[in-house]
Design a protein around this ligand. Sequence first.
Ligand code: PLP
Length: 452
Amino acid sequence: MTQDLSPLAAMDQAHALHPWTHFDSFETEGAVVLTRGEGVWLWDDAGRKYLDAVGGLWCTNIGLGRADMAQAIADQALKLAFTSTFVDITNAPAARLAGKLAELAPGDLNRVHFTTGGSTAIDSAYRLAQYVQAARGFSGRTHVIARKQSYHGSTYAAMSIGLRDGDRVPEFTYKSDTIHHVSAPILYRRAEGQTEAQLTDALVAEFEAKIAEVGAEKIAAFFAEPIQASGGVLVPPQDYLARMAAVCRKHGILVIADEVVTGFGRLGAWFASQDVYGFTPDMICCAKGLSSGYQPIGAVIFSDALWDDMRGDKWFTSGYTYSGHPVACAAALKNIEIIENEDILARATRAGALFQEGLRSLSDLPIVGDVRGHTLIGCVENVADKATKRAFPDEVDIGRRVTHAAEARGLMVRPLGALNVMSPALIISDSEITQIVETLGAAITAATDDLV
Ligand code: PLP
């Protein structure tokens, strides 16, 4: 164990198993104990200050430390800290939030099923898809198609639907008999000379071929993040998702948009599927920005058409103790009110333009192979050779090196293999954006210098 950990970090190191942790690194380095947050800023237990370019974990959309959020949470905790929403009970914040989400969601997505976070929203959407297909007389439609490099969460079903490099380990099992994957839209690594339109055509053709191979009559749904976030901020060609959705419609396959990251303003819209990428899904899974991380909550928002087909003299046997938790719903309602009152979607669009422009100024650095993103989600991909796009060997762990160099300079960016990814709070100021860009540039340079 390390000697110079604070008492809290030492206690954590002695007793905690963190999510998605690396045993050896944790046992040698311990964890940073964060104690305070305000806007995009964090402080640790030694009083060190960091600019949080990660936005928690793609989630602190309205920024940390808001007194009005704390008040809304406290008020609801005092008034009614808990009721379940099982069967025929509900509470005022859950009812109001369902109505508000129906108002914000596109098309006829007017029905809301609350969950505890993103993974449970994905699990629930999977069940809903099977349920509605069966109700429509297609009980054989139990399979799903998703994309490689997607991350849909960490429960058994969500981990099986996602398929990122390195996530799958031999110690765990994954559901594979009914889950299929097609290629992700990876513009940076497309074949030499291939246009975006040709890439889209190839991906759509691969999707059609996969549907034919599995059999459309077996497929319930297609899961897709509008931008594959944890898979490496994969920004698709503009018409790719609408075309994939059109293929789904043709084959009776439901379209499930995983907007856990892209929802609630990250791309300058409430939801990216319709407003940014021009398709209306049958279901939207959301979490994270729904409460800006102030409370754990998720939801599946689905269409009236699905509801009409699934209703009847029967049970829907799925849900969680904390589905529709009144304090979490009160936090989400306040969060949405703040986004509306402070015009945060428009602010995100404006800040996002500056952020993207700033990040692109890093393209000239010798190891920055690609800079990509949309509005307030972005990443740099570090490569060993820019001309050939040759990757660094895994053991170089370049993303982590850059993250460490950034952390030493008071900036938090997330390593993802060779990438460094960012999704700052949407209320970020122009000078804070400049600070991210300059510090990240300095960190990449320091990490590069360290290699020689
Ligand atoms: N879907 C996407 C796109 C995500 O990025 C995540 C988490 O990062 C999830 C689902 C899972 O959400 P949660 O960790 O709240 O279960």
